[in-house]
Ligand binder design. Structure first.
Ligand SMILES: *[C@@H]1O[C@H](CO)[C@@H](O)[C@H](O)[C@H]1NC(C)=O
Ligand SMILES: *[C@@H]1O[C@H](CO)[C@@H](O)[C@H](O)[C@H]1NC(C)=O
Length: 455
């Protein structure tokens, strides 16, 4: 049914568009407006408006953040990509003919992902070819220069000597390796179709707080009856993360491939299929709103954690003193810029209930997050797994900060701080995850312009 519906609605939309275009009464609704119509003006839960966020992000924050993320401290992330998927065995359909070509019945595809499922049978037919492509494009480049390998040894010593009381056990595993994020950009990998849907569906279905009445996994909780503001927030954060990843895939699409070179760039069709108000039955603009919401939450976490980074004993340690001091200055500059942005959240509405309740909520969030990061071990495409893990850890770190607001505010200005600490992994993931969202917001502007031009 999904396929026919979307087509029908698309058709009705097109006819309606034509009609309104000829009427001459109102200005025609452009393709750009159809993606962004609801994504403008004030955002719920915050009185800041989208246009202000765009200006602030695209011109003031984004360029500096890019520069920071290119530095050695931030470009190497340690990750274990070899952990087995704890939830099911059939991770990779690739190379398994019988699985690859088995077309799925429409009713096997959950409602919420149907908006994308009309492509299903085509996808199934092309699956073998796509799998081969996905394996190639999704591979992680693990090369590190000899120099970097030596430096990394030093970092490990440095990290071990600080109070890493909450280091994820994963990182101690001999399978965990450093990867160079700049060598492995997040972009289109060909990883889509049933495998990818399954992952997102498990994330939404099993791991999100939701009201009993929820109809579809992708529907953000319009009013969120029965849910406290934090639980509703959790759901919107996951949806925002999903949206951000899809913005990236649409903006770094593999447009052309010859034996000589690959050409990556914006694919407007792909973007519209994911975010157009009509093609997605209204979900698209809401997903984009959740992306802004995620942006604001991470921004808020960064503004709250400034005292931790301002401490004189905090270093962005890579072993090069001059370089490290420079980068710390850039980091603080960025953080102060963020702090100056008027967020206008209701300070009391998030993560600040009475202590007992807050602790319970914190534990709930932690369990959900742990679960979601384990689901990332089931992602078949390694590059997607890498960025998925990094972004989940980054978001988890942002929430840890928001839950620790009081501890951070009361932190001693120097000397050891036992109450609140961030490991290198947490810091790298926090800033890189925010860098992804910041890039998405910037890309939305690019798509807006591209869509305006095609009308
Ligand atoms: C964790 O994931 C599993 C498998 O999807 C699920 O059964 C379980 O309820 C989840 N736990 C939490 C706390 O979300
Ligand atoms: C853009 O994406 C659409 C839909 O996903 C795809 O059919 C099309 O081939 C892509 N365009 C290019 C130039 O790759």
């Amino acid at each position: 049914m999904g396929r026919r519906w979307v087509f029908l609605i698309g058709l009705v939309g097109a006819v309606w568009l034509l009609g309104s275009g000829h009427g001459g009464q109102q200005p025609p609704v452009t393709a750009a407006q159809r993606c962004f119509c609801q994504v403008s003006g004030y955002l719920d839960d915050c009185t800041c408006d989208v246009e202000t966020i765009d200006r602030f992000n695209n011109y003031r924050l984004f360029p500096r953040l890019q520069k920071l993320l290119e530095s050695d401290y931030f470009r190497y992330y340690k990750v274990n990509l070899k952990r087995p998927c704890p939830f099911w065995n059939d991770i990779s359909q690739c190379g398994r003919r019988d699985c690859a070509v088995r077309p799925c019945q429409s009713d096997e595809v959950p409602d919420g992902i149907k908006s994308a499922s009309y492509k299903y049978s085509e996808v199934a037919n092309n699956l073998i070819e796509e799998c081969e492509q996905a394996e190639r494009l999704g591979a992680v480049d693990e090369s590190l220069s000899e120099e970097t390998q030596k430096a990394v040894l030093q970092w490990t010593k440095h990290d071990d000597s600080s109070d890493n009381f909450c280091e994820a056990d994963d990182i101690q595993s001999p399978d965990a390796e450093y990867v160079d994020l700049l060598l492995n950009p997040e972009r289109y990998t060909g990883y889509k179709g049933p495998d990818a849907w399954k992952i997102w569906n498990v994330i939404y279905e099993e791991n999100c707080f939701k009201p009993q009445t929820i109809k579809r996994p992708l529907s953000p909780l319009a009013s969120g009856q029965g849910l406290c503001v934090e639980k509703r927030a959790f759901y919107r954060l996951i949806s925002g993360l999903h949206a951000s990843i899809n913005v990236h895939l649409s903006a770094r699409y593999l447009l052309q491939e010859t034996w000589l070179e690959k050409k990556w760039g914006h694919n407007i069709t792909e973007f519209q299929q994911r975010f157009d108000g009509i093609l997605t039955e209204g979900e698209g603009p809401r997903r984009l709103k959740n992306l802004y919401f995620l942006y604001l939450i991470e921004l808020r976490a960064l503004s709250k954690v400034v005292p931790f980074f301002e401490r004189p004993d905090f270093q962005l340690f890579t072993g090069n003193k001059v370089h490290d001091a420079e980068k710390k200055m850039l980091l603080l500059e960025i953080l102060h810029e963020i702090k100056s942005f008027p967020l206008h959240f209701d300070e009391n509405s998030f993560f600040a209930g009475d202590k007992k309740e807050a602790n319970k909520l914190k534990e709930d969030f932690r369990l959900h997050f742990r679960n979601i990061s384990r689901i990332m071990d089931c992602v078949g495409c390694f590059k997607c797994r890498l960025w998925g893990k990094l972004q989940i850890q980054g978001l988890g770190t942002a929430l840890k900060i928001l839950f620790s607001e009081k501890l951070i505010a009361n932190m001693p200005e120097s000397g050891p701080s036992y109450e609140f600490h961030l490991t290198r992994q947490e810091i790298v993931s926090l800033f890189n995850a925010f860098g992804r969202i910041s890039t998405s917001v910037k890309e939305l502007e690019n798509f807006r312009n591209l869509l305006q031009n095609i009308h």
